[in-house]
Design a protein around this ligand. Structure first.
Ligand SMILES: [Zn+2]
Length: 342
């Protein structure tokens, strides 16, 4: 299917099938939905309903905040539903657009990707108005929400398969002014760790879509295992408030604590599992690992009497990411190291 058609020699994008029940330009606090028609066996003329809150007071910057880009990550959604419940327009100068459950079908099923089309929202950008459900949601963000934003904050955590040291991240960008804006917003978030992030696969990412539009973009990884802790939820709530104050949208004084700066300046940061098996970590998240140290052992689960496969660190660094489950597959991300920026 074509997602654009030619009319009179010009290429015209098809309109999005999503409608928004709130007026994004009106002052005050409004709670509503993005409504995406979805005809299916259990609901012939049904729709996917994605909650949205817009809070606005006069002119000023717009901050777009999202959770559940991946459906099994909960710190962002928890911070955002609470904020949407408490926000008063009189405390704002500008606008906050809150979408706590960006990939609603994935969130509703507690899975990273959508059960409808297996779509990974963070690989679906720029999306398509006539594509899959996930591509239609991505297209709405690409053409209707991202253009409104000055600053974009997208919450992530490790989900069911990864666990992270809690960090806020910005990317290395070609436009150094934009990179500095992103870094300043990341530092304002003030997670316990702050990372100059290198992506292993940026194609189709929401991050990339926002950054290509010149937006100030901050992302996070705040824990994992498809659950939360009181500490990681507190980090998300504090970071949201700090970023809104930093953007000039929310009044108040930021809550600032020391944050350790990390970089990924070595291609040896990423470690992937060379086999299926049962994993035994020899270091915990946050451990300082030297090059050559034993990070983990993978035990054969088909045969006894086989030696474990030892995974040694390809570089030095702090263990910022680990596999969250006891069983691991060939090719799974096993460990990510990042270097302390002195
Ligand atoms: Zn994620």
């Amino acid at each position: 299917m074509q997602h654009a058609r030619r009319i009179g020699g010009e290429t015209v994008m098809r309109p999005s099938p999503i409608s928004c029940s709130v007026d994004l330009e009106a002052d005050g606090v409004q709670h509503g939905h993005l409504q995406l028609p979805h005809s299916r066996d259990d609901s012939a003329w049904g729709a996917i309903m994605i909650p949205i809150t817009v809070a606005k007071n006069g002119d000023g910057p717009t901050v777009l905040v999202t959770g559940a880009n991946h459906g099994d990550e909960y710190e962002g959604p928890l911070a955002l539903v609470e904020f949407a419940n408490q926000v008063c327009a009189k405390d704002l100068s500008g606008r906050v657009i809150i979408v706590p459950f960006m990939n609603m079908p994935a969130f509703a099923s507690g899975t990273r990707t959508s059960p409808i089309d297996k779509g990974n929202m963070n690989r679906a950008f720029p999306g398509r108005p006539d594509g899959t459900v996930t591509e239609k949601i991505a297209d709405y963000f690409q053409r209707h929400l991202l253009p409104l934003a000055d600053l974009v904050l997208d919450f992530h955590s490790g989900g069911g398969t990864l666990d992270f040291l809690p960090f806020a991240a910005s990317h290395i960008l070609e436009d150094k002014d934009q990179e500095a804006r992103c870094r300043a917003a990341r530092d304002a978030f003030n997670a316990p760790f702050s990372l100059d992030m290198v992506e292993i696969d940026s194609m189709g990412m929401y991050d990339d879509a926002a950054e290509r539009m010149g937006k100030t973009f901050v992302t996070t990884e705040l824990g994992g295992g498809a659950t939360t802790t009181p500490e990681t939820v507190a980090i998300a709530r504090k970071g949201l408030r700090n970023v809104l104050i930093h953007a000039g949208v929310l009044s108040g004084v930021p809550d600032h604590a020391p944050s350790r700066m990390l970089t990924q300046n070595d291609p040896g940061c990423f470690h992937f599992s060379p086999a299926d098996g049962m994993i035994e970590y020899r270091h915990g998240l946050g451990a300082d690992v030297a090059k050559g140290d034993l990070i983990a052992r993978i035990w054969n689960t088909q045969h006894t009497g086989h030696p474990a496969i030892d995974i040694h660190a390809k570089t030095h660094g702090v263990l910022v990411t680990r596999h969250a489950k006891g069983l691991i597959q060939h090719g799974d991300c096993l460990a990510v190291l990042a270097q302390i920026d002195l």
